[in-house]
Design a protein around this ligand. Sequence first.
Ligand code: URP
Ligand code: ZN
Ligand code: ZN
Length: 475
Amino acid sequence: MKKLIKNGLIVTAADTYKANVLIENGKISAIGEHIEEEGAEIIDAKGRYLLPGGIDPHTHLDMPFGGTVTKDDFETGTKAAAFGGTTTVIDFCLTSKGEPLKNSIDTWHNKSKDKACIDYSFHLMVGEINDDVLAELPQVISEEGITSFKVFMAYKNVFQADDETLFRTLLAAKDLGALVMVHAENGDVIDYLTKKALEDGNTDPIYHALTRPPEAEGEATGRAAQLTGLADSQLYVVHVSCSNAVEKIAEARNKGLNVWGETCPQYLVLDQSYLERPNFEGAKYVWSPPLREKWHQDILWNALKNGQLQTLGSDQCSFDFNGQKDLGRGDFTKIPNGGPIIEDRVSILFSEGVKKGRITLNQFVDITSTRIAKLFGLFPKKGTIAVGSDADIVIFDPSVERVISAESHHMAVDYNAFEGMKVTGEPVSVLSRGEFVVKEKQFVGKPGSGQFIKRAKYGEEVCEQGRESLQSTQI
Ligand code: URP
Ligand code: ZN
Ligand code: ZN
């Protein structure tokens, strides 16, 4: 059945205007001031914004990590994402050394295919480069439609890759048309500092932050950027937390390098003091990179405003406080790293960013959706409200005030990192390819309805039947 959304204010990365939106066969078929369509389901969006569905470029759903498995899987995670105004997630597919990449990709398809309530894609971890991996990567791009690779510069003896691996991944990505993502922290230095802290009897959660200083992130970010320049390739730095890393990204961009940066809500609104909360509560705030001293927040906000950082990911990686985070009582290195953010990513940026005058409304859409679609080969299928695009639309109430809480969130996890935070603005209804997933704050979606999306190469547009592609995306 056709749907006609009337009276809403369309907000894209470029424009804000009043118009009706007609949806047919999961796509936006017309946009105009006076559209009427007999027989269509009418959705009144008076007083509300129509936003392109949010795209979360950084999630870890159903992922084994830190001796346990993330609490949210593709069902609970994507349901919560939809409540939060996100209609596409790109999850990290882990790989194991010596194992064909295809096996890991199949594992991730099995985790997601009957569960996802919204569309999704994968980034592929590259932990080693050898002839087998190099032989498989072209198929990863052309057959699997996975066009971004992730290299960890930290987590020594777990995920950490050496500089040769990073450099050769950058070279391969340049040839194949992929974007290389890095977790940029100096894992060797962190490994030494953590061992030393434990030797000295320093076991509380705060030592997680103190053993992963901003310098370790700035150094790794600068190194990755330099190697990108040397390889003439392209780099996306995930979860940027501090001034030191922003400086290195800005320096690289000023030289004309294709270096992009993502930050996350937790770094914009929480700070290192949270790790000192009593009764082991600090464990709830253990992320890598760690939360920083508060002054870094202004630097991150300014970087989003002036374009030195371009995107917001959630880094959703949730663990219950009871039974998972508490694996690290008495030894901070055993606290599973990560937190539940997928649901609050969009609302926090709107409330703290747009409402507080730090970024514009159109920047907010760019940072949470459009730029991500362009960088990761999803545009213009996703990431905008335009004729021919998927009808992934968020009907957003910009004026409602509410309090974030574990009691009302939809994630499976037993706490919310932003508990008690007041926010203005809320996704009221969310459509994925023209079907409601959330309707007037009620879940009406279906696990398994989300589709795996094969993405275009870096810098290219997703080409679909019936829609001519421009072939290259202006990022
Ligand atoms: O603490 C974090 N960030 N956990 C998720 C894994 C990662 O490094 O992104
Ligand atoms: Zn990471
Ligand atoms: Zn992550």
